[in-house]
Write a protein that binds this ligand. Structure first.
Ligand SMILES: Cc1cc2nc3c(=O)[nH]c(=O)nc-3n(C[C@H](O)[C@H](O)[C@H](O)COP(=O)(O)OP(=O)(O)OC[C@H]3O[C@@H](n4cnc5c(N)ncnc54)[C@H](O)[C@@H]3O)c2cc1C
Length: 286
């Protein structure tokens, strides 16, 4: 099925309802007026119409598949995601300090709408990565920001959110995944997470899992939950990839829709040590 972005309607909304001229008066957004919005949206429409949308049907015919601990995504997804990252689309609304384009979400939201309409299975990967970027920007230490943000924003690595467990869906007070402190300030993470969107895939060099877990001795309920970064591959001091961390995909869901998006069951700390880095305590407002 083809996709044609409703550019005229989007630009009307951006100009008259979102008042992009006023947004462009805010510090940092001086170059983000209507002309910029139009140029960005036109390019975004081309990418979605010509590259991303044609993969939608392909995703239904050849969904992501799990074998031997790895997920092979739909043919064409890996190449399209590379193009997405290299085109700067992952970084569109993220800070220039970490390699983003620093454009306002008024423009980012329209681009996200195109991506989701063109191919939701594909769009979920950048969406989850946006979430990981924003969580780190909001609550990450300078060290975590420096290690992870540039690679996430460039699309070389992707992000996930790991909330759900077999006994904890809507009610996250029941989260049982636990984190034990290590002398060097890191944590050993143990537990099972289910339904993790793009929890394993072959579209990027590393996957940065953001994981809800309970530190030993923390109070019951949501107040005792903290957030950890658990990378698929450890990151060395020079930024290159190190050892495989002990977070492993054990299966993916067989779904009725969005079949190309791998929804993973992840096992932490079953075969060694899953090293995690504390981001923040969830009850601080995440
Ligand atoms: C395709 C897909 C992708 C997902 N991706 C992720 C992901 O990336 N990361 C992640 O952490 N999770 C993910 N999830 C999990 C999702 O967040 C959970 O499915 C959701 O939180 C609901 O939990 P549950 O499925 O256990 O349902 P339950 O919590 O068991 O709910 C079942 C039903 O009971 C209702 N219900 C629950 N509690 C109450 C209440 N107190 N009052 C009234 N009704 C209630 C619910 O509305 C629902 O209809 C994904 C799920 C799907 C289907």
């Amino acid at each position: 099925m083809s996709y044609v972005a409703p550019l005229k309607d989007m630009l009307f909304n951006i100009e008259h309802l979102a008042r992009i001229d006023q947004v462009a008066q805010m510090p940092g957004f001086e170059d983000a007026g209507l002309e910029t919005a139009q140029a960005v949206l036109e390019e975004c429409a081309k990418l979605n119409q010509d590259v991303i949308a044609p993969l939608n049907w392909e995703g239904d015919k050849n969904p992501s598949a799990f074998a031997n601990g790895a997920v092979k995504t739909t043919p064409g997804f890996k190449e399209a995601f590379k193009q997405y990252g290299e085109g700067g689309w992952q970084g569109l609304q993220h800070p220039t300090d970490f390699g983003g384009q620093g454009l306002p979400k008024t423009i980012g939201a329209a681009c996200g709408e195109m991506l989701n309409s063109a191919n939701m299975s594909f769009a979920l990967c950048p969406l989850l990565t946006d979430g990981a970027i924003e969580a780190l920007l909001t609550a990450g230490s300078d060290d975590l920001k420096n290690i992870y943000l540039e690679k996430l924003i460039s699309g070389e690595w992707t992000g996930t959110m790991n909330l759900t467990e077999p006994q904890a869906g809507s009610d996250l007070a029941l989260v049982r995944t636990r984190a034990e402190p290590l002398p060097d300030g890191t944590y050993k993470v143990f537990g099972t997470k289910i339904y993790i969107t793009y929890g394993e895939h072959d579209m990027a060099d590393n996957i940065v899992h953001l994981v809800l877990a309970r530190v030993q001795g923390a109070p019951e309920g949501v107040k005792g939950i903290s957030l950890f970064v658990v990378p698929k591959f450890m990151v060395k001091a020079d930024g290159s990839l190190g050892n495989r961390n002990d977070v492993h995909c054990v299966s993916i869901e067989h779904k009725m829709g969005i079949k190309a998006s791998p929804t993973a069951v992840l096992q932490y700390g079953d075969n060694g040590v899953a090293i995690g880095f504390l981001v923040g305590e969830e009850n601080r407002g995440l």
